[in-house]
Design a protein around this ligand. Structure first.
Ligand code: NAD
Ligand code: UFG
Length: 349
């Protein structure tokens, strides 16, 4: 029988792409999401793209903090593993509303882990983030680099990593993989699913995309005095489909090794690209001019952040396939086909 995976936050950006890859790889998938930052349309589109595998996907609108709803779900369905994406992720908002972030991300995760214990499911893949490296003294960041959270969002990631390490220390039946994502961008090559942030986009490429389709006049570039090739911040951008495939590799590892413990892997490409290089690459693939306005540094931003990919390559047998050009091509394809994301001009701001 096909293995069944519970995917929390599976209607979101990375979740929807991962659910699709899971279905195509033959897994059964159950998504729980409260749709706080996503749309059920994404789930419908994933079902359609997956074709004959689409029937192996079911969706439940559940908030992770709703213990009774989670219990009912676990009681009715046996899961072989959980991939846990659900959480709030806007750094600036987390500074303004720390309790919202601690409540949603930490309490939601604890409720999930408790339900897993009650129902005997002890295999987990968790979405951590390169944000746990703070402003690294040395790049590339390896999994052993010092950890330092610079805002409440980052602290929720570090706390959840620590919780995972602790529960494994206490109970060796747990097998957990913590994946530290670098900067996922792009969209599925079909152009039917992609990132659709609510309100003002916090991240670079969703903003660029909205300028390209005429929803915003200019891109503000934060910082032009960093010690980088052109003065702008450098990041490790990774195609979201490559990132999604990293989860399949992680699950395969979890199913193969019964005493894996709690392991952490970077998911990135190992290459750094500046903000202005990203803008130029997007302009080239889209043929659209992106007017930029230069501004001061954004509080809490690191100068240069990119991954060492050696551990994931060696132990997960996973390596990103796509380059910046394909990331921009697929981002633009999604934007052109869906200038208002999953909504309409009236439903978005
Ligand atoms: P997203 O907002 O698109 O997806 C998160 C999903 O979780 C949303 O669909 C949201 O509705 C759901 N959710 C939030 N709180 C919930 C709750 N209490 N109960 C049920 N559902 C809930 O974000 P994403 O970009 O797909 O990110 C997925 C995960 O990866 C997050 O944990 C995020 O912190 C992490 N991450 C993202 C990035 C990035 O740049 N996108 C980088 C590093 C780590
Ligand atoms: N940037 C701009 N203008 C914008 C948005 C971003 O110049 O409008 C710049 C930033 O200053 C930074 C780069 O583009 O130099 C990338 O910024 P993003 O906001 O796209 O990404 P971050 O690296 O700041 O953070 C993202 C996610 C975090 C995650 C981290 C992992 O937002 O949740 O990647 O590396 F933790």
């Amino acid at each position: 029988m096909a293995r069944r995976i519970l995917v929390t936050g599976g209607a979101g950006y990375i979740g929807s792409h991962t659910v699709l890859q899971l279905l195509l790889a033959g897994f059964g998938v159950v998504v729980v999401d409260n749709l706080d930052n996503s749309s059920e349309v994404a789930v419908e589109r994933v079902t359609a793209i997956a074709g004959k595998y689409g029937k192996n996907l079911t969706f439940h609108r559940i908030d992770l903090r709703d213990k009774d709803a989670l219990d009912k779900l676990f009681a009715s369905t046996k899961f072989d593993a959980v991939v846990h994406f659900a959480g709030l992720k806007a750094v600036g908002e987390s500074v303004q509303k720390p309790l919202l972030y601690y409540n949603n991300n930490i309490i939601g995760t604890i409720a999930l882990l408790e339900a897993m214990v009650r129902h005997g499911c002890k295999k987990l893949v968790f979405s951590s983030s390169a944000t746990v490296y703070g402003w690294p003294k040395k790049v590339p960041c390896t999994e052993e680099s010092p950890l330092c959270a610079m805002n409440p969002y980052g602290r929720t990631k570090l706390m959840i990593e620590d919780i995972c390490r602790d529960i494994h220390r206490a109970d060796k039946d747990w097998n957990i993989i913590l994946l530290r994502y670098f900067n996922p961008i792009g969209a599925h090559p079909s152009g039917n699913i992609g990132e659709d942030p609510r309100g003002f986009p916090n991240n670079l490429m969703p903003f660029v995309q909205q300028v390209a389709v005429g929803r915003r006049p200019t891109l503000t570039v934060f910082g032009n005095d960093y010690s980088t090739k052109d003065g702008t911040g450098v990041r490790d951008y990774i195609h979201v489909v490559d990132l999604a495939d990293g989860h399949i590799a992680a699950l395969q590892k979890l199913f193969k090794a019964s005493n894996l413990g709690c392991e952490v892997y970077n998911l990135g490409t190992g290459k750094g690209t500046s903000v202005l290089e990203m803008v130029a690459a997007f302009e080239k693939t889209s043929g659209k001019k992106i007017p930029v306005v230069k501004a001061g540094r954004r509080h809490g931003d690191a100068e240069i952040l990119y991954a060492s990919t050696r551990k994931a390559e060696k132990e997960l047998k996973w390596k990103a396939k796509y380059g910046i050009e394909e990331m921009c091509r697929d981002q633009w394809n999604w934007a052109k086909k869906n200038p208002w994301g999953y909504g309409s001009p009236d439903s978005t701001s």
